[in-house]
Write a protein that binds this ligand. Structure first.
Ligand code: IMP
Ligand code: MG
Length: 179
């Protein structure tokens, strides 16, 4: 394992099992509907692809790139839209797929934006949740795993654009980002 990683936090099998659960939860909630699933890039890309493939509900896919970090581990608090959706969400059931909810700023902004554009419903599924770091009062409807105040990489999540392609989720050593 890379020497900047402290340990594996979630194995490929741990992730697979939870993704199945999340997909079943969505299938139940959206039975008979045709929701639009939105991947918040780049972090949610792996989770998004596995999640929608595990769903039985027909679902439309769209992507939005939001940037809030630069290369540090502290959220700027001002998430920016780098690339917008191609589809209209007006009157649609939207499933927002996030990698991690940290301060909650990104999610808050996405909710305001998509509800403002006339989405009929707004459901949030996140791979990871860091409730101890929340700055705005917002929660995902389905959260796969809770994490403490640690920096997580792999399965889409990066540190300075690295580690996204790890198939598992690891904890980054504190000394890497606290020097
Ligand atoms: P928030 O706006 O502070 O909730 O941050 C959300 C975004 O910050 C996520 O979508 C991630 O891209 C990034 N982020 C927050 N915590 C971590 C982490 O532990 N590892 C990697 N990225 C993170
Ligand atoms: Mg990120």
């Amino acid at each position: 394992m890379d020497n900047r990683l402290q340990c594996v936090f979630l194995s490929e099998d741990d992730i697979k099992a939870k993704v199945k659960e999340a997909a079943a939860w969505l299938d139940c909630r959206f039975e008979g509907k045709n929701p639009i699933a939105v991947s918040v890039l780049k972090g949610s890309v792996m989770f998004f692809c596995d999640l929608v493939r595990a769903m039985k509900t027909p679902v439309q896919l769209d992507f939005m790139t939001i940037s809030s970090y630069g290369s540090s581990t502290q959220s700027s608090g001002m998430p920016k839209i780098v690339m917008d959706l191609t589809a209209s969400v007006e009157g649609r059931d939207v499933i927002l797929v996030e990698d991690i909810v940290d301060s909650g700023n990104t999610l808050y902004k996405m909710r305001e934006l998509l509800i403002g554009r006339g989405a009929k419903s707004f459901t949030v599924v996140t791979l990871l949740d860091k409730p101890s770091r929340r700055k705005v009062d917002i929660k995902a409807d389905f959260s796969c795993f809770e994490v403490g105040d640690e920096f997580i990489v792999g399965y889409g999540l990066d540190y300075a654009q690295q580690y996204r392609n790890l198939p598992y989720i690891a904890i980054l050593k504190r000394e890497v980002y606290e020097k």
